[in-house]
Design a protein around this ligand. Structure first.
Ligand SMILES: [Zn+2]
Length: 171
């Protein structure tokens, strides 16, 4: 059967990302022993990924690129935030200078307790600039892989909006 809305799909993939005008970089891969299994067409994946897999069948290979707008979006300047250096103090009240390296990813919480990860982009005496854009925002993504399995989702899976069994939820 062909991949369509409400199919349960298993694929291998290798993901490379490339910023505008930059070099392509390997990000992650899922091989035959740990394929990506997901419910197709319910919005759980980036749009550009599903558009390119739509209609493929078991054994089909793919290699396509997705522009930022159809992946994690463009980097948004509003997501660059200057935080007071006090935000990086430990329990003893000491600023943790060793973790404030350009490019370091730091887990943080906003005022409402939402967890988010920021990338350190600038370190000043009194302020640190954090980038809360998705790490792959502004990147073109290239997916290369193969369709391993396609089946119709069960009624339970459709009701829950996710896959059950191997590669999915066990409950
Ligand atoms: Zn479930």
């Amino acid at each position: 059967m062909k991949i369509t809305t409400n199919s349960v799909v298993s694929v291998t993939y290798k993901l490379n990302s490339k910023p505008e005008g930059g070099e392509e970089k390997f990000i992650e891969e899922a091989g035959k022993n740990n394929p990506l299994t997901f419910l197709f067409g319910v919005g759980g994946m980036i749009a550009g990924f599903e558009i390119n897999l739509d209609g493929l069948a078991v054994g089909d290979k793919f290699n396509f690129s997705v522009k930022p707008a159809d992946a994690y979006g463009e980097k948004h300047p509003d997501n660059l935030v200057d935080l007071p250096i006090e935000a990086f103090k430990n329990e003893k009240g000491e600023v943790q200078r060793d973790m404030l390296k350009i490019g370091a990813i730091i887990p943080m919480q906003d005022n409402e307790g939402h967890h988010m990860r920021g990338i350190v982009t600038k370190v000043g005496i009194n302020e640190v600039t954090m980038d809360f854009n998705h790490p792959l925002a502004g990147n073109h993504l290239r997916f290369e892989g193969e369709v391993l399995a396609v089946r119709t989702a069960t009624a339970d899976e459709l009701a829950h909006g996710h896959v059950h069994g191997p590669g999915g939820h066990h409950h």
